[in-house]
Design a protein around this ligand. Sequence first.
Ligand code: ATP
Ligand code: MG
Length: 209
Amino acid sequence: MKPIAILGGTFNPIHHGHLRVAIEVKEALDLAEVHLIPLLAPPHREPPKVSAHTRFEMIAAATNDESELIADDREIRRGGISYSVETLRELRAENASTPICMVVGTDAFAHLHTWRDWKELITLAHIVVVHRPGVDLPSDAPANLLLEEFGTDEVADLHASPAGRFMSISIPMLEISSTQIRSILHNGLSPKYLLPKSVLNIIREHELY
Ligand code: ATP
Ligand code: MG
């Protein structure tokens, strides 16, 4: 059974950096599908000003023509603070034996040890870290710990078990962030070509950012 992957985030808004990660990871790891999951409320920050529903709507528009990229609103439906561990528990309950890969950028990964029940994550899914421009893998825990104990370079290992392996992969990354896009819009400039046109249409329509 091919693994599925989840890529969680604020997606405020989704951009071509996210979408290329999803496609590159899907191809590099031979995945069945990648679920893009917007968080409802982050644990350590204020919730984004743009509603989760609208952020989800933008993901749905961006992935509309790509059946293996799934806009997944489970964190919105669940309500409350969005903890990845709960999302994985939920997915695991639905698919007992399907391999699941949790994909995170190096920037998100650097804080992994602050996530709720973070040591449980690797028991529920494989963890795949993708290198983000400008952010190197931290030289201390949790990266090294996971690498030493669970690290693999073999894609086959991610297919062979439902969870429990750690992989760091280098794929070509676009130097695009949602912060950059919000600031471009805030300054009355054009973010064209940094994100899909369908997403920009929603931004214009709702006068976001
Ligand atoms: P913001 O600037 O608001 O923080 P962002 O562009 O970082 O937004 P997030 O929603 O925070 O987007 O990111 C979700 C996930 O996607 C994270 O794991 C992050 O590391 C990854 N990611 C986002 N943009 C890129 C990119 N250009 N290249 C690689 N990974 C990315
Ligand atoms: Mg970010």
